[in-house]
Design a protein around this ligand. Structure first.
Ligand SMILES: Nc1ncnc2c1ncn2[C@@H]1O[C@H](COP(=O)(O)OP(=O)(O)OP(=O)(O)O)[C@@H](O)[C@H]1O
Ligand SMILES: O=C(O)[C@H](O)CO
Length: 518
């Protein structure tokens, strides 16, 4: 909590500012953007999502209307970056029926949580849940493999009287490595690295991972049969695809070898596969028609949920919230262009030229925003402009990509913020906005200590006055250095450890636009 509160670090400065000046109003917009982001992150905290999804009723639990009876028959496994906090909350709610558990979580997480005073995300002393830390630097390793082996053994001992609670969050693939023999961990790691380096998406990566692991792609469920399996999933993939999040250990039957071959072919890796991988892929998949009977998968946290909560907070702060999409992806340049165009439409005093809307409709689908969402937003912005609906908070989420050409330090959120600042430059905008914020809900944007940054149309001039050449920072993918040097880092968003991850949150805070006579 202490670190999440540091999002509000701009707040004390407000007391020093003359509230009648535009500078105060701009600070206020920036402050409100940070507040909205904090609310989004808070709504998907690992303990919160579990608490909100499990209802305890005497000796049973109800999840999404589904009742499960507890008879001191509960076992628990989990893997992912947010799973420790999820397990801590599950233990508080159903710990009296818990027989045994094992979770695989990132290296060093317990110490970090203790250091940050976030003890409520730690398990009780003498907990029956064993914690294994592994996957240093987000890469599968021997510790994570050992944890996977122990989970396989635990699942294998269950009977039809048992209930297995599975906690899943992003980072789960690396924390549950279980290569199908004769593949060894290093070979699987090399293949995933080569795919990632060649630009494979998480969907492509996990399609391959599922085929090479005996716990992914429904493998955990098969080992747990005939027990009842209930999975709580904190999604970090666009569209919340259960078979792909952490490579779908509780989702059977979706793995097709043609899909695996086509990914490997696309990245020209078919010819250089190790013989062990070729051997495994050549065998017919005995589980291709398997079904996930006796399994319930529940998405308990997602980007959509975070955007919804962000919208509520935005309303409390005086904005009309409008959610564009939780599925924004594609190149940050195009994403920045889209937000620039939307800001232009929202702030236009007169009817904007039709080519602006046309470009929005063309660009949107390229960055994962559906046409109907674009039409909906265009209509809302048009109404706001003509009827004077006051301040608006446009919210979106997802995970855009950056084509890395330079050697600087940065992340996709900070780079997006820089590019949106440039898109807004020179537009006829009101003095106090729009303000744009982009932040990673995990609190870390690329290999930097910031989650993202806030920006507005004054970014370029501000940088110039301080002798910072924005285009050379951009060229070198050096967005973190840029924002650290600019105005003493005031525009950086540094929430620190957030203990969760539902991808990124983007927001455009648009001030009230006076209605002109038509
Ligand atoms: N200097 C940089 N400038 C811009 N983006 C960068 C830079 N360095 C790395 N990135 C981007 O950061 C991303 C990796 O960062 P991060 O660890 O936040 O990713 P992630 O996908 O959110 O990981 P996870 O959610 O699994 O923790 C990659 O998309 C990469 O292109
Ligand atoms: O673990 C993984 O595979 C990614 O975080 C996507 O869920």
């Amino acid at each position: 909590m202490a670190r999440v509160l540091s999002l509000f670090r701009v707040q004390p400065l407000l007391a020093l500012v003359d509230r009648s000046k535009p500078a105060y109003r701009k600070m206020s917009m920036d402050w409100r953007a940070r507040q909205v982001f904090a609310a989004a992150v808070e709504s998907v905290q690992p303990d919160t999502v579990v608490r909100q999804s499990i209802e305890r009723r005497d000796d049973s639990v109800v999840i999404s209307g589904q009742k499960f009876t507890l008879k001191h028959n509960l076992h628990l496994v989990g893997f992912g970056k947010a799973v420790l906090g999820m397990a801590a909350e599950a233990e508080r709610i159903v710990g009296d029926h818990l027989v045994k558990g094992i979770i695989s979580v990132p290296h060093g997480i317990q110490q970090t949580l203790r250091q940050h005073g976030r003890d409520h995300l730690l398990l009780k002393e003498n907990s029956p849940i064993k914690v294994v830390e592994g996957a240093k630097h987000n890469l599968p390793d021997a510790d994570a493999q050992e944890a996977a082996e122990q989970m396989k053994n635990l699942a294998g001992q269950l009977t039809d009287q048992d209930l297995l609670l599975v906690l899943i969050s992003g980072g789960g693939s690396a924390l549950l490595p279980a290569p199908v023999p004769p593949i060894v961990l290093q070979e699987k790691l090399d293949l995933t690295r080569r795919l990632a380096a060649a630009g494979a998406t998480i969907q492509e990566l996990n399609t391959v991972r599922r085929a090479l692991s005996f716990l992914k792609g429904g493998g955990l469920v098969r080992h747990a049969r005939p027990a009842q399996v209930v999975a709580l999933v904190l999604s970090d993939v666009i569209g919340d695809p259960l078979d792909l999040i952490a490579s779908g250990p509780t989702v059977c039957g979706d793995s097709r070898s043609e899909d695996v071959y086509s990914v490997l072919e696309r990245y020209k890796l078919l010819d250089s596969l190790p013989s062990s991988v070729k051997e495994v892929l050549a065998k017919p998949n005995p589980w291709s028609d398997d079904t996930s009977e006796n399994v319930f998968n529940f998405v308990v946290g997602s980007n959509s949920i975070a955007l919804k909560r962000a919208g509520l907070r935005a309303r409390e702060l005086g904005f009309r919230p409008v959610v564009l999409s939780p599925g924004v992806c594609g190149d940050v340049r195009s994403v920045a262009r889209l937000y620039g165009l939307l800001a232009r439409l929202a702030c236009a005093q007169d009817d904007p030229p039709p080519e602006v809307s046309a470009e929005v409709l063309k660009l949107g689908p390229e960055v994962g925003v559906q046409s109907w969402d674009l039409h909906r937003i265009l209509k809302i912005l048009e109404e706001g402009r003509t009827e004077g609906w006051g301040a608006t908070c446009l919210l979106a989420g997802g995970e855009p990509t950056v084509e890395l050409t330079g050697k600087g330090r940065g992340g996709r959120n900070q780079e997006l913020a820089m590019r949106v600042g440039l898109e807004l430059r020179g537009l006829p905008l009101p003095p106090d906005g729009p303000v744009f914020l982009s932040g990673g809900t995990d609190g870390q944007d690329g290999p930097t200590e910031a989650a993202g940054a806030t920006t507005d149309g004054g970014l370029y001039e501000e940088a110039q006055t301080q002798g910072l050449d924005i285009s050379s920072f951009l060229h070198n993918n050096d967005s973190y250095t840029f924002f650290s040097q600019l105005s003493e880092g005031q525009r950086l968003l540094v929430p620190g450890l957030t203990c969760t991850n539902v991808m990124d949150v983007h927001m455009l805070l648009i001030p009230p636009i006076p209605v002109t006579e038509r």
